[in-house]
Design a protein around this ligand. Structure first.
Ligand SMILES: *[C@@H]1O[C@H](CO)[C@@H](O)[C@H](O)[C@H]1NC(C)=O
Ligand SMILES: *[C@@H]1O[C@H](CO)[C@@H](O)[C@H](O)[C@H]1NC(C)=O
Ligand SMILES: *[C@@H]1O[C@H](CO)[C@@H](O)[C@H](O)[C@H]1NC(C)=O
Ligand SMILES: *[C@@H]1O[C@H](CO)[C@@H](O)[C@H](O)[C@H]1NC(C)=O
Ligand SMILES: *[C@@H]1O[C@H](CO)[C@@H](O)[C@H](O)[C@H]1NC(C)=O
Length: 578
């Protein structure tokens, strides 16, 4: 019993002694100041050879210790809680995403300067790359792409065939197409994508840290150890040629990289001078810098001295295309141009055929080939059947509509059937009566007048109770097919319009009299030639000509007389019906 009590006393003593020690330590370290790591270092960092990430916050660097003292520059004394010892870390921030450090062994505390002085010049230098929060890539420092390049992995220069480095629409990416050289062992054809994360300069040496990924083995899992690479590069500009010598690290560190001609892999990039065969888009195309596709899914933006066209998704999602005018093949009266452009889409690039038509003031049609060709002269050599994209600028100019006249909408069978179903029994008389208000359906019209205003620039669809007005902004014919781009009377900053496709012909009506028919379809997406007028599209009508604009038909004059009364009667009914 006494023995147990004694043991308890001894244990208590040990516990008290420990508590006292901890208290003393706490007082000591708070007296010693403690310190903070710079705020910008907070996050998760990757270091080659260390599994997982190293997390840094204001007080602690995971795996190294708590900040105990600093010279407020690059030296930090950290306290390792687990080992109960101190080490000096000399940390250099090379870039907000790159920290490099050297360290001492963990031992008893001494002054900051004494401890840090024990780090020798040849001590190992470690590099940490930020992973969390996710770094934002920066533009790659190699301009102007594309380049041809030679490379060496230590067994001789692979120069023949030359390899190619191509730009991507996102300038923080570069596509490296390595070729295999039959005369150089160990070379293989391969495509790598480089994402540039950080560049900095030490003396006259320039560094780059980037992520390398294997484009052809996209699905294989790449680790940080495979992807992070450090580069030393040097650019030489002479007249119009720019060359870069680049040395790449063999692992996910910057170790052993001292010059741009000495590394696990070295490359020499030379820009492909294609400046001399660049063209400008014609002035009538770049008359407006910003264009919208009819359906508002894409924005078309002419930039860089009228030589570049950027195509962006309207919602900002990234599927940007960049077109640089390469050569103009054909041009007609400021109405049509056919040209070859160099297109970059993601990291893919090649030459495409582009045709542009001017359809009105502020209305263009564009046909952009889908296939990418390496050789410019192949781009337009094959027939070119890409869909037409209708483009609108924010300034649209009303113009005279085609097919002027007053028209009657021919009821389709379906319409007649619907009408018949709407016949109801009048309770008082027991007779079938047409319930007129139900006929007042949005988008259901009885008549149309085309170009009947003073300016002859509007299309008006009308029923007894509703109407729709479009202004014509461009019209043209392709054989039997007529096309009109028409939209809201007053375009806003985001122009809205439809494309009407039509055919007109003379045929006998049901009573055997010859009448002029106009079959019409409205398409909101584009001037899609595959839409058959009167049959498909977002809106479709068959119309018969009911007279010229000047002829005020009996039907129309009746409608006009009835119209105010009907509006008074129908609007409350329409509201009730909802
Ligand atoms: C820093 O992280 C450590 C653990 O890694 C944690 O104990 C400490 O409370 C954190 N400090 C701050 C200020 O968030
Ligand atoms: C681009 O084209 C527009 C319209 O023709 C012209 O006003 C402008 O000066 C051109 N810009 C350059 C840099 O050539
Ligand atoms: C227009 O007429 C054609 C045949 O003449 C018919 O097939 C089509 O359904 C009609 N369209 C409408 C909207 O009435
Ligand atoms: C239209 O009707 C006329 C007689 O009214 C007839 O001579 C002609 O052949 C008819 N045309 C068609 C296409 O049916
Ligand atoms: C116009 O259409 C109405 C109704 O269909 C008809 O009564 C009238 O006779 C037509 N006018 C002409 C000139 O064809």
């Amino acid at each position: 019993m006494a023995a147990i009590f004694n043991m308890f006393r001894v244990k208590m003593g040990v516990v008290i002694a420990r508590i006292c020690l901890l208290l003393m330590l706490a007082v000591y370290s708070s007296y010693g100041g403690g310190c903070n790591f710079p705020e910008g270092w907070t996050g998760g960092w990757f270091q080659s050879g260390i599994p997982g990430l190293i997390y840094i916050n204001s007080t602690t660097m995971q795996g190294k210790g708590d900040c105990a003292e600093t010279d407020s520059n690059d030296k930090f004394l950290v306290y390792d809680r687990n080992e109960d010892c101190y080490r000096c870390l000399v940390i250099h921030e090379k870039h907000k995403y790159v920290l490099q450090y050297k360290e001492t062994y963990c031992r008893e505390r001494d002054s900051l300067s004494t401890m840090c002085e024990s780090i020798t010049g040849d001590a190992a230098l470690y590099s940490m790359f930020r992973k969390e929060p996710r770094p934002i890539p920066e533009p790659c420092p190699f301009h102007p792409a594309p380049f041809t390049f030679t490379y060496s992995r230590g067994s001789g220069d692979c120069a023949n065939p030359p390899s190619r480095a191509e730009s991507c629409t996102d300038d923080s990416r570069l596509l490296l197409r390595y070729m295999a050289c039959p005369d150089v062992p160990g070379t293989e054809s391969n495509v790598e994508e480089l994402i540039c994360l950080a560049t900095w300069k030490e003396g006259s040496t320039r560094y780059l840290v980037g992520l390398i990924s294997q484009v052809q083995r996209r699905n294989s899992i790449s680790t940080d150890e495979d992807m992070y690479r450090c580069f030393v590069y040097k650019g030489q500009h002479a007249d119009k040629t720019v060359t870069y010598t680049i040395a790449q690290s063999g692992d996910a560190t910057c170790n052993g990289l001292t010059s741009s001609v000495d590394g696990s892999r070295t490359m020499k990039l030379t820009n492909i001078d294609d400046e001399h065969n660049r063209c400008h888009f014609p002035s009538w195309v770049v008359e407006h810098h910003k264009w919208f596709s009819l359906d508002h899914t894409h924005q078309y933006h002419f930039t860089t001295k009228n030589a570049t066209l950027k195509i962006m998704n309207e919602d900002g999602s990234f599927e940007e295309k960049r077109l640089v005018c390469h050569s103009i093949l054909e041009q007609k009266d400021k109405q049509f141009v056919k040209l070859v452009a160099h297109l970059t889409r993601g990291c893919e690039s090649g030459h495409v055929c582009v045709s542009v038509w001017r359809r009105g003031g502020g209305v263009l049609e564009l046909q952009l080939g889908a296939a990418l060709h390496d050789a410019p002269h192949h781009a337009c050599s094959t027939g070119h059947s890409a869909p037409h994209v209708t483009l609108l600028s924010t300034s649209l100019y009303p113009m005279r509509c085609p097919m002027l006249g007053r028209y009657t909408v021919v009821d389709s069978l379906a319409d007649r059937r619907r009408r018949r179903q709407q016949l109801t029994i009048d309770e008082a008389t027991g007779e079938e009566v047409a319930e007129k208000p139900v006929e007042c359906v949005m988008g259901h019209y009885d008549s149309a007048s085309v170009g009947c205003g003073a300016a002859q620039d509007t299309i008006v669809f009308q029923s007894a109770c509703t109407s729709a007005v479009y202004t014509c902004y461009g019209s043209w014919r392709e054989g039997n097919l007529g096309l009109v781009v028409a939209g809201a009377a007053r375009p806003s900053s985001r122009p809205h319009a439809l494309c009407f496709l039509y055919t007109n012909y003379i045929a006998n009506d049901s009573s055997g009299t010859a009448v002029q028919y106009l079959s019409l379809s409205g398409v909101s997406r584009s001037c899609d030639r595959a839409v058959l007028p009167g049959l498909a599209g977002d809106k479709a009508y068959n119309l018969t000509l009911n007279g010229t604009c000047e002829q005020s038909s009996k039907y129309n004059s009746v409608a006009v007389r009835l119209y105010p009364a009907l509006v008074v009667l129908l609007i409350p009914l329409a509201i009730l019906a909802r």
